[in-house]
Design a protein. Structure first.
Length: 270
């Protein structure tokens, strides 16, 4: 079994026998790092590239996830950084996402081939793996959190944050709804652990910025990596979730095979 991991640069340093491979997909190339951890195969993609050079709207989510799919990955564990809209979620806290609202526009966020059920966007089995890993390690973790995804690269206004809070959002970010949607359209089980790197505009007098974001992630890198690796060990060989059945139902409704979902040729681009 090959477990996919999407996160920050450097995670591959924790894996054994790592090799990098550039995979070509219909939507471009993706560099995947293949390695092992405690006998399990791991395929890792640094979402923002080496040195965090790609901003959220520049990430080729389609190529990354198709590369996983074609490499044989069926389940994906991800991490992401978020701003908090919930005073119970402070800087450095870990949040296991359970719902999202997609507030992006003009972004490639669907292959446009199937209508797939997204009522529960994160795989419940993988979420349980995260929760079990946190319990085993004694790591504090918020078990639920609703994420609102915005375009970026700018940060939000005070008025936007006030509106998002009224909507019931807990955290805000720029990547996860896009990634989760494309993963579901490819039939990949997917779950995300978020780390709070700042309090959103109007909640704190300290404005968000990329340097602060990176410093918080760096300060918590060891804790994140430990929890992520422990979760990898808990991913079962056999699926016990409904993600695959949901995907197959969507395919059947359109009389498609898996490769047809992301086959290019209609002029679309990520």
């Amino acid at each position: 079994m090959l477990v996919g991991v999407i996160g920050g640069t450097g995670f591959y340093d924790l894996l054994a026998n790592v090799r990098a491979e550039v995979l070509t997909t219909p939507y471009g190339q993706a560099t995947v790092y293949f390695g092992h951890y405690r006998g399990k195969g791991v395929a890792f993609i640094p979402r923002h590239g080496q040195g965090h050079r790609l901003l959220a709207h520049q990430v080729n989510y389609a190529a990354n996830l198709i590369a996983f799919k074609e490499a044989g990955v069926e389940r994906v564990l991800a991490t992401c950084a978020v701003g908090s809209l919930n005073l119970d979620f402070q800087v450095g806290d870990l949040v296991l996402l359970h719902q999202f609202v997609d507030h992006t526009s003009g972004r490639f966020n669907s292959f446009g081939k199937i209508s797939v059920n997204m009522a529960d966007p994160y795989c419940p089995e993988l979420r349980n793996c995260f929760l079990q890993a946190a319990q085993e390690l004694g790591t504090d973790l918020h078990a639920t959190g609703t994420y609102i995804c915005v375009n970026g690269p700018r940060y939000e206004t005070r008025a936007e944050i006030q509106l998002f809070r009224k909507w019931g959002m807990d955290v805000v970010g720029m990547t996860n709804a896009t990634e989760a949607t494309l993963a579901r359209e490819l039939g990949l089980c997917y779950s995300t652990l978020a780390i709070v790197t700042d309090l959103a505009a109007g909640i704190s007098d300290i404005p968000p910025d990329l340097d602060t974001h990176r410093k918080v992630v760096q300060a918590n890198q060891a804790r994140l990596a430990q929890l992520l690796l422990q979760t990898v060990t808990l991913v079962p060989e056999k699926k016990g979730c409904a993600c695959e059945a949901t995907y197959q139902k969507a395919l059947s409704a359109r009389h498609l095979r898996p490769p047809d979902v992301y086959a290019k040729g209609d002029g679309s681009s990520p």
